[in-house]
Design a protein. Structure first.
Length: 333
């Protein structure tokens, strides 16, 4: 890594014996001189906390915005998607474990280069995704205003594990979020993710108040897929806003959770039915179930967006129902 790519990190404080307390995420790592935090991307160098991942990306692709998944954020668009090499969680079922849990080759993309790339190939901006982009806090802070100045968008696909002060700061900058709410059960987070649920719920509340927000819940058989837990999740979200789109995603065995079967179709159908009683926009991912990818008007039931995989047809103009004139929540242009 070239020295110019290491930057002073935000949100830390010095404590005794030359140690540093990182205040970015709820792990609040106490980092000795020369050591790194749990994320392995923030290091104590002589009493200064340095971010080692600034602008260093493991991959860059032009993806459909629906792949994030974001269904109410400029549907049918393409977006440049990048991610760092690391995560604040250690999920047993991580689908991107080879780039989030292990060291992987990276390439430095300076902010001005990223902004230039973001305007090519029909891309509407940048999605910070794949691993845990909140570890790029300083990079995102630098890049997003540059994107906005060029009329380009920014979205984050994140686990939402951030302390409140930085959460408020980043939420006010970014145009849209998809937050992975893994469970309503704190024991699930502690056992299978190495985290806690309360900070994630607070992040969702903050993001929903200032930006566009969608939520994904991966249903893992016999761990977080009970009727009670699904009901708790959707009623809690509805208490923030019925308008929040929720995506239930099918689990497939992988990484350290290969002994568990894929989510049955019936479980996803049950989750869809329960959620539709409380939320206006519910979707099913990682499996085709007819009609569960489409966006409907919550007032009259008219189809607003028709989807077949990543093929998207927008029927409602600017998010307005062509039948009854209801405005559908989201970012439409």
């Amino acid at each position: 890594m070239e020295p110019r790519e290491a930057r002073e990190a935000r949100y830390y404080e010095a404590v005794k014996d030359k140690k540093i307390r990182c205040r970015l995420c709820p792990h609040r790592c106490l980092v000795a001189e020369g050591a790194r935090g749990a994320c392995n991307l923030r290091e104590n160098r002589g009493g200064m906390l340095v971010t080692l991942s600034y602008g260093r990306t493991v991959t860059a692709n032009i993806d459909p915005i629906e792949k994030k998944p974001l269904y109410h954020f400029m549907p049918g668009s393409l977006i440049l998607s990048i991610g760092p090499n690391g995560c604040t969680f250690s999920c047993d079922n991580c689908q991107n474990w080879s780039i989030s849990q292990e060291q992987a080759p990276t390439q430095y993309i300076p902010p001005d280069e990223l902004v230039a790339l973001a305007g090519r190939g029909g891309s509407i901006g940048v999605a910070f995704t794949y691993t845990e982009p909140l570890l790029w806090f300083e990079y995102i802070e630098d890049v997003v205003p540059m994107l906005r100045a060029r009329g380009l968008k920014s979205v984050l696909v994140t686990n939402g594990f951030l302390n409140e002060e930085p959460a408020r700061e980043i939420a006010s900058l970014v145009d849209g979020f998809n937050v992975d709410l893994k469970s309503m059960n704190d024991e699930f987070y502690r056992t299978y993710c190495g985290g806690r649920v309360a900070p994630v719920k607070r992040f969702i509340e903050i993001a929903a108040s200032v930006s566009h927000l969608e939520v994904t819940n991966l249903l893992v058989p016999d761990l977080n897929d009970s009727t009670g837990e699904i009901t708790d999740l959707v009623t809690w979200l509805a208490g923030i806003s019925r308008d929040i789109p929720v995506h239930f995603s099918r689990f497939f065995p992988q990484y350290r959770m290969t002994d568990r079967p894929a989510t049955p179709r019936g479980t996803l159908e049950r989750a869809y039915r329960i959620a539709k009683e409380h939320l206006d926009h519910v979707y099913i991912g990682n499996i085709f179930i007819d009609g569960t990818e489409d966006t409907y008007c919550p007032e009259c039931g008219e189809t607003i967006v028709k989807r077949a995989g990543y093929s998207t047809t927008v029927i409602g103009r600017n998010g307005i129902c062509p039948k009854c004139g209801t405005r559908i929540g989201g970012v439409w242009g």
